[in-house]
Ligand binder design. Sequence first.
Ligand SMILES: [Zn+2]
Length: 136
Amino acid sequence: MLNSVFLFNNSSVSRATSLARRFRRSTNQGEKMSMVFCRGCGKEIHETAVTCPNCGAPQGTPKEASNSDKRILPAALLCFFLGVFGIHRFYVGKIGTGILQLLTFGGLGIWALIDFIMIVVGSFTDKDGNTINLWT
Ligand SMILES: [Zn+2]
């Protein structure tokens, strides 16, 4: 009885390792898919490469560097429902102007409305000046 349990475990372990090996092979194929072309020389390089191994050209996308970690959707919802209290500005870290909006009821709604439009079109910035241009 004990022996058969051991045999069962042993076979399931070997099945698991073969599955893991197959999975690893499929992820290797996935890595091949995520190749990009160098900005400097056009050679195919991995997308996570910071610099090109061929010519040394930097590959960092400047747009990503200025992206905020805040998202449009929560900011837009907060601005829509609680914009006159400046809650969306607290969300992006603009505490000073958030308090100012809170005291002026969002500039009598006009300031909050402008903010809402800015958020939706992806032109709103967080406290570090990074553009909030991703929805989720
Ligand atoms: Zn290159």
